[in-house]
Design a protein around this ligand. Structure first.
Ligand code: S3P
Length: 438
């Protein structure tokens, strides 16, 4: 449970955020597939990534964790994993289950992937279809869609040309990771671009992969070449503080060492369109092909906007905090084409609608989004997290802007992606983070 006293003291500080979740998962998996020892630094020590670590260990990979340095040494197996002795548990993490399924599709053994109750309600047909076309045998539980997911691997796999029916980086990545073991060129065609961390990282590990318009082509078979690298800060985690500053006239916030990958930064464009002054500076070294740098935010009274089309996939994990931005903006904010939110850690459209209404905001719920009437101030309320980390964090920030006290129930889910969130929130809400920007 989290209690937030409304009323934001002026934010004027510089912070950093933990390592990027998507990139941390991929770093662990691609290092495990590689032909040697890889040192990963600034790894996210969130529960989701720790489930990837445990799952890889169950598959025979030796990983030494150095938590005090947020780093890990991964001993690659050149693509040959060990038959697991038990079910491979993926916790709450869709990325762990879907990307691992791509790797396991190419092993010469059978494995069973299981998850927590939330993950057990998330669709898997989207990866089962392409991986079956490549020659693996997959079956699932209820409706042959939900976990547990049984993967009977096949070696070698067949390369495929796959047209993505939904914009999903997890599906694309599962195919590309399987494609490493296919005899020939695998092609993924994505009409709406999703985050491209897998493509960038595979390229950095020496795999022949290129993008040609909407097509991504990977030449198999290929073993990633071991190397060390550093994970940049997570822009999705940063987005909570970005809004906390952006919606507060006069606030100034600097976030250092954060990922600025073009397939992840639509949240900055959206908040800029809402009037916030945001400056992203890709000054820091490009790590593993991932641009990173600093973001400087100056707060204003926000105005409403419409978020739809291509932008949705780029900002998919930031829609909860963008909806909170809409509640604090002048006018009506419209979110459309976001039906994928219904199959995240919870149904995020329903969760956002319920919580915004509880805070006194007028919301019209649509199948693929919502219309939000901005308000001068929110009303403190007792809210559910719905077991979803991003809902819990988005409404903690909303609580800073509310009159009275806001209570968020069941906030242990925050640990999946952002250990340390509560500590930073406490410092923010008491105005204790105060550093000179110079
Ligand atoms: C992720 C991709 C996104 C995102 C998720 C992480 C990834 O899901 O919502 O939190 O790491 O590939 P999609 O597969 O729907 O793109």
């Amino acid at each position: 449970m989290l209690k937030i006293e409304g009323g934001v003291p002026p934010i004027h500080c510089a912070i950093t955020v933990p390592g990027d979740k998507s990139i941390s998962h991929r770093a662990l998996m691609i290092a495990a597939l590689s032909n040697g020892v890889c040192k990963i630094t600034n790894l996210l020590y969130g529960e989701d990534c720790l489930h990837t670590v445990k799952a890889l260990r169950e598959l025979g990979i030796s990983i030494e964790l150095l938590p005090e340095r947020c780093s890990a040494m991964v001993h690659g197996c050149s693509g040959k994993f060990r038959t697991p002795k038990r079910d491979v548990y993926c916790g709450n993490s869709g990325t762990t289950m879907r990307l691992l399924a791509g790797i396991l599709a190419a092993q010469s053994f059978c494995s069973r992937l299981v998850g927590d109750p939330s993950l057990s309600r998330r669709p898997m047909k989207r990866i089962m279809e392409p991986l079956s076309l490549m020659g693996a045998k997959l079956s699932a539980g209820e409706g042959d869609d939900f976990p547990p997911l049984l993967v009977e691997g096949r070696k070698p796999l067949r390369p495929i040309i796959y047209r993505m029916p939904v914009a999903s980086a997890q599906v694309k990545s599962a195919i590309l990771l399987a494609g490493l073991s296919a005899q020939g060129e695998s092609t993924v065609i994505e009409y709406t671009r999703s985050r491209d961390h897998t493509e960038r990282m595979l390229q950095d590990f020496g795999v022949t992969i290129r993008r040609h318009g909407e097509e991504i082509l990977l030449k198999g078979p290929s073993i990633p070449q071991a190397r060390n690298f550093r994970v940049p800060g997570d822009i999705s985690s940063a987005s909570f503080w970005i809004l906390a500053a952006a919606a507060q006239p006069g606030a100034k916030l600097l976030i250092r060492n954060v990922g600025l990958n073009p397939s992840r930064r639509a949240v900055l464009d959206i908040l800029s369109r809402m009037g916030a002054h945001i400056r992203a500076m890709s000054t820091e070294q490009v790590e593993i092909g991932e641009p990173s740098g600093s973001i400087e935010i100056t707060g204003v009274q926000l105005r409403a906007t419409t978020v739809q089309g291509e932008e949705i996939s780029n900002a998919i994990d930031e829609i909860p905090i963008i909806a909170v931005a809409g509640a604090l903006a002048q006018g009506e904010t419209i979110i459309r084409n976001a039906q994928e939110l219904r199959v995240k850690e919870t149904d995020r459209i329903a969760a956002l609608t319920a919580n915004l209404r509880a805070m006194g905001v007028r919301v019209v719920e649509r199948g693929d989004g919502m219309e939000i009437q901005g308000k001068d101030s929110l009303i403190g309320a007792r809210l559910k997290s719905f077991g979803d980390h991003r809902i819990a964090m988005a409404f903690s920030i909303a609580g800073l802007f509310a009159v009275g006290e806001t209570i968020i129930e069941d906030t242990s889910c925050i640990r999946t992606s952002y250990p340390g969130f509560e500590k930073t929130l406490r410092r923010f809400s008491k105005g204790l983070i105060y550093q000179d920007l110079n």
